[in-house]
Design a protein around this ligand. Structure first.
Ligand code: SF4
Length: 407
């Protein structure tokens, strides 16, 4: 007799990307389940293999191509999703000629699975990221060894691991429930290729967000992260703005003890909405604001098209700190943006003497093919970037500011 399981179709879904893509992946799993498919954790026996390919930096891009070629070696069709095709469009076109769907076009998945009765757009947005599958099953042994060895033999990276282990309580470590407020980004930061991947800003109707929040509160959830490609721009496309949403959410959670983390908040919106943020944070629910100032040099901020000055950021965050001394402030800085001088990098470090940050993420500039800054010259050499990061680590350690670095 034929095994009834053999007729059920199976899909393998994986991602090496960020939380936003893991949220998309979880939604995709529910889409396949709603249409009677099984989710398998091995690409070997899947009818389809869907992979959200990260393009965060060169290391991730290499890993993504490696995973794609491994997946393509298994039976069944492979579809590449996510960011890679827009961040590195030329390289992608040279190395992959199969199906691909970028983040902003995810609804097009219904064209591939046109016989599905439940459509992707009818699957509710996700509040919980898909658990990371062990994608190393799909990384080739040589890539796996290369990655592990690079950790083991680089003294700087080994040092980072040790530092991170002994400071692990300072790491971002929230068990948040995610609530999407918008997708897409209207800003044009020159270093960012991601905005081309996520498309134009589309804000969710405020009532939908508030109703979802109420339901999650009733279900016992208390820690929330409001998520979007740029949360600050919420409502700019619908004639409302973030403070309106914050005040509606605050009405909805009266009587509940809740924690909020506000991430992906462009400094220009922290500056613009400073009073409203302080007001809502005063009752203690906002635990952390992540406001990425990227550089302490006004010349570079202009080249990055960030639309604010460093003085505005310092003044705003100093005011927030005065009123809310307990709030955690975290930031990202880019090291080695094209044309950055040693003096300009010093200006970035000096910001940490003016505003106390609890955490800083140092990101080596990645010259993404799809970014506007790709054409800016001169580039800063890899050696100079390494030396600046080493200098920054020493500087931050002395000030007891927790740091992480990203290639
Ligand atoms: S705010 Fe800037 S860095 Fe963030 S997604 Fe938009 S363009 Fe990219």
């Amino acid at each position: 007799m034929k095994d009834p399981m053999s007729t059920i179709r199976k899909v393998y879904i994986a991602s090496n990307g960020c939380n936003r893509r893991l949220l998309d992946a979880e939604r995709l799993e529910r889409y396949f389940r709603a249409n009677g498919w099984l989710i398998t954790d091995s690409p070997k026996n899947a009818d389809y293999k869907l992979f959200f390919a990260s393009a965060l930096n060169r290391v991730r891009i290499d890993e993504s191509f490696d995973i794609i070629s491994r997946l393509a070696g298994f039976p069944g069709e492979t579809i590449v999703l996510g960011c890679l095709m827009e961040v590195a469009p030329y390289e992608f076109s040279q190395r992959w000629d199969g199906k691909a769907i970028a983040v902003k076009d995810m609804d097009a998945i219904d064209q591939v699975f046109s016989d599905f009765s439940v459509k992707y757009r009818d699957i509710p947005l996700s509040n919980t990221p898909m658990p990371s599958r062990n994608i190393y099953k799909t990384v080739s042994p040589s890539e796996f060894i290369k990655q592990r060895l690079s950790l083991a033999i680089s003294p700087a990276r080994l040092g980072d691991k040790v530092y991170s282990y002994f400071n692990r309580e300072k790491k971002e470590n929230y068990q948040s429930t995610f609530i999407w407020v918008s997708a897409g980004c209207p800003n044009k930061c020159s270093f960012c290729a991601e905005r081309k991947v996520v498309g134009d800003l589309v804000s969710r109707p405020m009532n939908d967000i508030v109703n979802e929040y109420r339901k999650l509160l009733e279900a016992g959830k208390r820690s929330f992260e409001f998520i979007g490609d740029d949360v600050g721009s919420y409502g700019l496309d619908t004639g409302t703005h973030l403070p309106d949403l914050i005040s509606r959410l605050s009405e909805a959670d009266k009587g509940y003890q809740v924690n909020w983390v506000i991430k992906h908040l462009h400094p220009k919106f922290v500056i613009k909405y400073q009073k409203d943020l302080i007001q809502v944070a005063k009752d203690g629910k906002v635990k952390e604001i992540i406001c990425c100032f990227q550089s302490g040099s006004n010349r570079l901020l202009e080249l990055m098209n960030r639309q604010h000055t460093i003085e505005q950021v310092i003044d705003t965050l100093t005011d927030i700190r005065k009123v809310l001394p307990e709030i955690k402030l975290a930031t990202n800085i880019i090291v080695g943006f094209p044309t950055e001088t040693e003096e300009e990098f010093d200006q970035t470090l000096q910001v940490f003497d003016k505003v106390y940050f609890d955490r800083v993420h140092m990101i080596k500039y990645y010259d993404a093919e799809g970014s506007d800054s790709h054409t800016l010259e001169p580039k800063v050499s890899g050696e100079a970037i390494k030396a600046r990061i080493a200098r920054a680590k020493h500087f931050l350690k002395k000030r007891n500011i927790y740091f992480q670095t990203r290639d």
